[in-house]
Design a protein around this ligand. Structure first.
Ligand code: NCD
Length: 354
């Protein structure tokens, strides 16, 4: 146990609310580590910046303007877990803003195989780059990275968590809220809506991070639809209770609650987190899938979302239904991540004023 392990052990004991200050600079978001750091003001700012970024990037002149914004900055993509969308959307977001990127996607090609500690590897990345975007199987590892650079290293650079263990995926939650706000723009926004989350709620980090953000909206109701074995964990439910967010649990069948939902957020079973082979397949999930016949039960203005990758939770024939939002949701990831990076580097006003 090193002195860093000891000190981080102390940090880990803090409540999420107390940790947030470590991830800020001058009272503003600096590292993006956990959803609890976000609030309505920041989410609405990111919504506007994303919309503007999307519009500016359309023209050649606008795109050249964006290319200049952060051309003096370099980003590191450190992704040791599989990723398609998160990786590509971040990489392209960096490129839209003119940042150059380097990547490590496999620890077998980094010095970690020679016995280097995570802490030293991370400090090495910060020696060469100005931003570290990371996805890692470790539960609190993005927290450790930000804590380490902010308290110990003399070259702190911002850290963005692109998914940590089965715990948090805050930038997915940002793009999900963006998609919800955009979908409900003509329906009074997200306030008062019912968001149904279905699938592996126990080990899915996307639904956990998204649940936290519901505290920033008025009168949102959550429905968690999953068999008992995959239901939402106690810690998130306690958070909802503390913030007086209404939620309901459905363990029998998705179809029972479909008519109540304004948004249906489907997820896959996270069997990579099984502790023994075949653990997930013991639970019958056949009643928690979306089939073409279900479309008649959905509200006419409902939106169907999925963080992807999908397996068979949503039948492909549903892709053509106007309520299917998941392909647009996926693309929104690039704009919202670009907006977040612009916000962290404080060039968002330049985008807004272009
Ligand atoms: C999710 C993830 O990695 O947590 N994927 C993503 O980033 N869009 C969801 C998943 O893997 O099921």
């Amino acid at each position: 146990m090193t002195i860093l392990d000891e000190r981080f052990g102390e940090f880990e004991k803090l409540q999420s609310e107390e940790k947030i200050a470590y991830f800020e600079k001058d009272g503003r978001l600096y590292d993006m580590i956990i959803s609890q750091q976000l609030n309505r003001q920041v989410l609405e700012d990111l919504y506007r910046i994303s919309n503007r970024l999307r519009a500016v990037a359309k023209s050649k002149a606008g795109s050249m303007f964006l290319q200049n914004l952060l051309c003096h900055k370099r980003a590191m993509l450190y992704f040791t877990q599989p990723s398609s969308r998160t990786f590509l959307s971040f990489e392209n977001a960096c490129h839209i803003l003119g940042m150059r990127t380097s990547e490590i996607r496999d620890t077998s090609v980094s010095s970690e195989v020679k016995g280097e500690t995570f802490d030293d590897s991370l400090r090495t990345f910060s020696s060469y780059t100005d931003l570290i975007i990371m996805r890692h199987h470790g539960q609190n590892i993005a927290e450790r990275a930000a804590w380490l650079l902010n308290t110990w290293s003399n070259r702190p650079v911002p850290i963005i968590n692109g998914g940590s263990g089965s715990d948090q995926h805050p930038t997915q939650a940002i793009l999900d809220v963006y998609t919800l706000l955009r979908s409900f723009e003509d329906q009074g926004g997200l306030d008062g809506k019912t968001v149904l989350m279905c699938g592996d709620l126990r080990r899915g980090r996307t639904v956990r991070s998204l649940s936290y953000l519901m505290k920033d909206f008025e009168d949102v109701r959550i429905i968690y639809a999953a068999p008992k074995a995959f239901q939402m964990k106690e810690d998130v439910c306690a958070f909802l209770e503390k913030h007086k967010i209404r939620y309901q649990v459905e363990t029998e069948a998705l179809e029972k609650v479909l008519p109540d939902a304004d948004a249906i957020y489907m997820t896959r079973i996270q069997d990579e987190h099984d502790t023994e082979p075949g653990e997930s397949s013991r639970t019958d999930i056949s009643k928690f899938k979306l089939a073409p016949a279900d479309m008649a039960k959905l509200r006419p203005n409902a939106v169907i979302m999925h963080p992807f990758p999908r397996r068979d939770e949503i039948d492909v024939s549903i892709d053509r239904d106007p309520r299917a939002m998941y392909w647009r949701q996926e693309r929104n990831g690039m704009w919202t991540r670009g907006a977040l990076i612009a916000y962290i580097f404080r060039v968002e006003d330049q985008i807004m004023n272009y």
